[in-house]
Design a protein around this ligand. Sequence first.
Ligand SMILES: *[C@@H]1O[C@H](CO)[C@@H](O)[C@H](O)[C@H]1NC(C)=O
Ligand SMILES: *[C@@H]1O[C@H](CO)[C@@H](O)[C@H](O)[C@H]1NC(C)=O
Ligand SMILES: *[C@@H]1O[C@H](CO)[C@@H](O)[C@H](O)[C@H]1NC(C)=O
Ligand SMILES: *[C@@H]1O[C@H](CO)[C@@H](O)[C@H](O)[C@H]1NC(C)=O
Length: 191
Amino acid sequence: MFWPKLVCFALVALAYGQLYQVAGEETIVVCPTNFTQVADKCLLVDTKWRNFYESDRYCRSLNAGLLSIKNSIELNAINEWLPIIAPYQPEFWTAGNKLGETRSDYYWQSTGEQALYLPWQAGQPTPASGDCLTLLANVTMTTEEVFLSVHRLAVKNCTQWAPLICQVPLQYFKTQLCLNTSAFFEAKIPA
Ligand SMILES: *[C@@H]1O[C@H](CO)[C@@H](O)[C@H](O)[C@H]1NC(C)=O
Ligand SMILES: *[C@@H]1O[C@H](CO)[C@@H](O)[C@H](O)[C@H]1NC(C)=O
Ligand SMILES: *[C@@H]1O[C@H](CO)[C@@H](O)[C@H](O)[C@H]1NC(C)=O
Ligand SMILES: *[C@@H]1O[C@H](CO)[C@@H](O)[C@H](O)[C@H]1NC(C)=O
């Protein structure tokens, strides 16, 4: 994690103690440890296999939630990132589900929002196979190599297992690096 540093200078007023002058400050955007910025969110992949409910609990234990997807910009960024962070992983739990729904609407459990952008994988949705949504890639195997298509949404039985993707919002901070009489010190304050 790299913290961009900004310098502000504290001037020492001779007789009356310290007077601090902020030379500048900058809002910086960071993700929690082990999360990566992807589009305008922080994401984390965990490749241990869990069912949907365990995956939801796991993300909550990190003060996060399961992945929700709001548009194609986000989906494209995820699809560029996944082969780097988790190559050859075809499936990940998202927050999407229609548990308890009498209609066939899907909701993102982590945000409470209805899932309006639903980029289905080819052959999907298959509502009879379950109530929860994964990001799924088609796997094509030849004798020499395994090829994964882009990840898109697919329906899966919530009690079955898959790796997961957790999300948290980007965190905004203002940083100031200040100089006082004895030392540089860093100040990090919520924006
Ligand atoms: C980050 O990941 C490493 C390796 O999995 C783990 O040991 C560490 O506890 C994680 N840090 C946080 C803050 O979750
Ligand atoms: C993905 O798999 C489905 C079902 O096997 C198939 O119908 C579809 O054409 C495949 N899509 C891609 C992009 O390979
Ligand atoms: C999900 O799997 C469980 C256990 O295999 C099964 O009992 C249940 O009927 C399945 N649910 C759906 C919606 O297919
Ligand atoms: C100056 O910085 C040092 C090192 O962080 C700190 O211990 C000290 O309290 C600071 N002095 C003042 C007057 O803020």
